[in-house]
Write a new protein. Sequence first.
Length: 267
Amino acid sequence: MTPRAACLACLEQQPPALFEAAVWIAVEHQPQLQPEQVLRQLDSLQQQVSQGLPNLPAQELAQPLLRRLSELDFHEDDEHPLRPQSALLNCVLRRRRGQPLMLALLALELARRLAIPLQGVNFPGHFLLRVPGADHLLDPCSGRRLYTRECRELLQRQQGADAELRASHLLPCDAPSMLQRLSRNLRYLHQLADDPMAALLDAERVLLLGPPSLLDHLARADIYQLLDCPQGERFDLERALLLCDDPAQRLHLSQRLRQLSASPALH
């Protein structure tokens, strides 16, 4: 079974094996990586975390869990520019640095193992966590509680002062949505790292994990353009055109398609 097939098979389990699926994404980029080694590292981390948790009901342990991870030096990766290692689970476990989504995936798996209720929230620009029924969200990078005002301020820092907080920003999300977001993050980071072949793997996975957006098809079209693959670029531009409602952008996409048709195919 290929790493891609193994990742998708993890999502078919009930409940989905989210952490293991994310490990297989790392294997897709690092074929020498052994998933069992990553799981053993997590076993060791679980022991360290559980030893430092207070004696409280499980419903009250989500924030102490996140604070314990922070005590163990797990923090948001602040390198500039970010590298793909900030979104590959094995690297995050080794370096104890990662994007908020990666720290959240780690916390969610530890919470599952320790029977602590915790959910992922696909908040724009900064992945968050929540305890079911709680009136606040949690920052996976620190364990800080975020109420409505703090969530609005976070959104405006990410998207500008005019950004409007919506109820949909605060809803829990499922495993495929988290892995699709992870794949988008990796696609972007591999493009920053000037590795279009790795970015193409991520772009393909994005389209498999959930309904693709206009931007997803445009992103893969740009990667195909870098790889001098006009056939692939044309396919994604045509799909993007079908999803596009903006007249100016539709005109731009149509012009780009005409230019492709006028160029000799290389593949």
